[in-house]
Design a protein around this ligand. Structure first.
Ligand SMILES: NC(=O)c1ccc[n+]([C@@H]2O[C@H](COP(=O)([O-])OP(=O)(O)OC[C@H]3O[C@@H](n4cnc5c(N)ncnc54)[C@H](O)[C@@H]3O)[C@@H](O)[C@H]2O)c1
Length: 278
């Protein structure tokens, strides 16, 4: 018996990192999965995004748990593509949609706000904010039509809750998601669809585990690696750890999605090792 037996979950950015972990963890609890990822990297980003091979690995891992998964390549900015995936997958998985994890996002490199490139600003806001709007716009009609209530988890960030220089685009988008969460919670309560935001501290995924970010943390080293940045990341958290694991965020989503959280809506849930108190 799983906590989410018979439910269907839609996960964006599911090729790797937290998205793959959410797909696997929700499947472990009995949910079938609809997974999308763009599997494409914008040339101005300082790190590679997920690939088609990564998305295929997510499929393998969910199927190994005995659950069904329909995975497609789609960009969260593309409403037609997102609708096409759901139009195909929701009927194929029994006509219901219970859980939405709006997880896909990108991050830029920290620099003074006035030096940021306008087109890159627009593109990040488009993926991280409008992409979440597109995700919920595509998914909510199917949730309401199914009539089973449900849970929507918007992945914001600890960066939306603390102050500091740099990443103005990322922080602006992630902060806007907190407002979107509350608006949606008000609009969807009558359908018993609960909407909550998750705010993780640093998570051990390629978004932070990449060469460009290692150089930001350790400009003094020629070839910094994972071990060289642990101390720097650890200064951000109250608990003495550099980052949480993807499954820590997935566990929060499982909790929000299951009956244990049946009256929890409109909240901002930090999964942050005490990061806010630093
Ligand atoms: N890693 C961290 O430290 C951290 C901390 C707080 C919040 N977050 C948030 O957690 C979420 C998951 O990030 P992650 O850590 O797993 O990073 P990640 O880079 O490993 O995974 C993000 C996934 O989203 C996909 N993606 C990017 N743009 C897309 C688009 N336009 N359409 C569809 N898919 C797209 C990527 O291909 C990738 O597979 C993001 O919302 C991120 O902002 C991450």
């Amino acid at each position: 018996m799983g906590l989410l037996d018979g439910k269907v979950a839609f996960v964006t950015g599911a090729a790797r990192g937290q998205g793959r972990s959410h797909a696997r963890r929700l499947a472990e609890e009995g949910a079938d999965i609809i997974a999308i990822d763009a599997c494409a990297t914008q040339d101005w980003l300082s790190y590679e995004l997920g690939s088609e091979a990564d998305l295929a690995q997510t499929v393998k891992e969910v199927e190994a748990l005995g659950r069904r998964i329909i995975a497609r390549r789609a960009d969260v900015r593309d409403l037609d593509a997102m609708r096409a995936v759901l139009d195909e997958a929701v009927p194929a998985l029994g006509g219901r949609l219970d859980i939405v994890c709006a997880n896909a996002a990108i991050i830029s490199q920290a620099m003074p706000t006035w030096e940021m490139d306008l087109e890159q600003w627009r593109e990040l806001i488009d993926v991280n904010l409008t992409g979440v709007f597109v995700t919920v716009k595509a998914a909510i009609p199917a949730m309401i039509a199914a009539g089973n209530g449900g849970t929507i988890a918007l992945t914001s960030s600890g960066a939306a809750l603390i102050s500091g220089p740099g990443l103005a685009d990322y922080k602006a988008a992630k902060t806007a998601l907190l407002s979107l969460t509350r608006t949606l919670a008000c609009e969807l309560a009558e359908h018993f669809i609960r909407v909550n935001a998750i705010c993780p501290t640093a998570v051990d995924t390629p978004m932070i585990q990449n060469e460009a970010l290692y150089h930001v943390f350790r400009p003094d080293l020629e070839n910094p690696g994972r071990d060289d940045v642990k101390a720097g990341f650890q200064t951000m958290n109250l608990l003495p750890i550099p980052w949480v694991d993807p499954v820590d965020v997935s566990n929060a989503i499982v909790w929000l999605a299951c009956d244990a959280a049946r009256y929890i809506t409109g909240i901002t849930l930090p999964v942050d090792a005490g990061n806010q108190l630093k």
